[in-house]
Ligand binder design. Structure first.
Ligand SMILES: Cc1cc2nc3c(=O)[nH]c(=O)nc-3n(C[C@H](O)[C@H](O)[C@H](O)COP(=O)(O)OP(=O)(O)OC[C@H]3O[C@@H](n4cnc5c(N)ncnc54)[C@H](O)[C@@H]3O)c2cc1C
Length: 357
């Protein structure tokens, strides 16, 4: 394979947006993904309003607006069937949207290609040699000055470069399916908590809705039991599965290997912020990399990226961290929510922090 300046493993939001920024700056970028695109992915399909700042900065706003989508106009929270909280998002409508992940991710990788990145689908990363900047794949070796691991929560790049801390057992598993949208389904995000875990659903197109569940495998091994309880009409749907839900954050980089998006840090799916964090960290890393490659000083560029990464999560992830803390054991989260029910102002404040930017 011809050598590139930057090799990016993973062509989802983090990898594609980093590829776009680097390619626009004139660098030769190889964007690798094991999947053939478009491809489906376990996700609730909600794009947090923080993503608008990324589209604005990169001139992608009009193109994003043109994607098939569903505006999301509010949020409801139920606990064991009882409505606890309901919020209508404030216009103007630069709010959250739902977009199918096959549509969003395929659009982003096409934008990266238009910017000049070379996309290699069905190219599985199997190993790497950080010292020589070589990434081994099912299509042969790729070599670059910098390797960006954008390969998600089970990142092979993070594991093989020693950046991933030793795994801790995570008992929670995600399940997801798309269904024909029931005619009476509104355009809000609906979250529902119960002692085995939680699920969320929303419409993402005029015809379809997505259901995502996070279940504690110690309380139920069989998501179909829950599906039959809450969605009896959809028990025969094919469900996709994913874990872990919780994972310790990785080191951000070492030498010429850096991590972005979920590969670096995973947030709780409940608040629907993972995509916007992936986009923002992809841009931060790419901008730091451009400065580092120009000055042949990747070490100082990595420090810049690490500092900005810390600031980003300190500023924006505290609600998510609080939610994760209470959801790690769903049965105690149910107890917490019963108490919070008497203080709806707290939930309104937290929801506003997540859904309005
Ligand atoms: C149940 C659930 C619901 C969620 N709902 C939402 C939501 O509504 N809104 C939201 O913002 N976030 C949500 N998230 C989180 C969101 O999906 C992630 O944060 C986001 O996808 C991270 O993007 P990424 O680019 O870092 O990596 P990913 O989207 O994980 O993509 C990684 C890419 O790397 C590729 N890859 C992996 N390994 C290899 C390899 N060895 N070789 C080559 N390619 C490889 C994969 O094919 C994939 O394309 C949810 C997560 C879960 C589990």
């Amino acid at each position: 394979m011809p050598s590139h300046d930057v090799i990016i493993a993973g062509a989802a939001p983090a990898g594609s947006i980093a590829a776009l920024v680097l390619a626009r700056a004139g660098y030769r970028v190889a964007l690798l993904d094991r999947a053939a695109f478009p491809r489906v992915k376990v996700c609730g399909n909600c794009i947090n309003p923080a993503a608008w700042a990324v589209w604005d900065k990169l001139g992608l706003t009009d193109s994003y607006r043109a994607l098939p989508h569903q505006e999301l106009t509010g949020f409801t929270l139920r606990c064991e069937g009882r409505l606890l909280f309901q919020q209508t998002f404030r216009p103007p409508r630069r709010g959250p949207r739902a977009i199918a992940r096959d549509v969003l991710d395929d659009w982003l990788r096409r934008e990266a290609e238009s910017a000049g990145a070379e996309f290699f689908p069905e190219t599985t990363v199997t190993g790497l040699d950080p010292a020589s900047g070589t990434v081994q794949t099912s299509r042969g070796d790729f070599t670059g000055e910098l390797i960006l691991g954008a390969d998600g929560r089970n990142s092979l790049i993070a594991r093989q470069s020693g950046l991933m801390p030793p795994p801790r057992r995570c008992h929670r598993v995600a399940w997801q399916t798309s269904i024909p949208a029931p005619p009476d389904l509104d355009d809000q995000v609906h979250m529902h908590l119960f002692k085995e875990g939680y699920f969320g659903y929303c419409r993402f197109s005029p015809t379809h809705a997505v259901i995502s569940m996070v279940l504690d495998s110690r309380r139920t091994q069989d998501p179909l039991l829950l599906v039959r309880r809450y969605f009896p009409d959809f028990a025969d749907q094919p469900w996709l599965r994913m874990n872990p839900i919780t994972r310790a954050s990785a080191e951000l980089g070492t030498g010429r290997v850096w991590l972005i998006g979920d590969a670096a840090r995973v947030v709780e799916p409940f608040t629907g912020e993972g995509i916007s964090f992936a986009l923002t960290t992809g841009v931060l890393a790419a901008e730091a990399a451009i400065a580092g490659l120009k000055k042949s000083n990747l070490a100082s560029a990595l420090q810049t990226y690490a500092r900005q990464h810390r600031q980003l999560y300190r500023r924006r992830a505290w609600v998510n961290t609080l939610v994760r803390w209470s959801l790690t054991t769903p049965s105690s989260a149910v107890r917490v929510l019963r108490k919070v029910e008497r203080l709806p102002g707290i939930v309104a404040f937290l929801s506003h922090r997540v859904h309005s930017r």
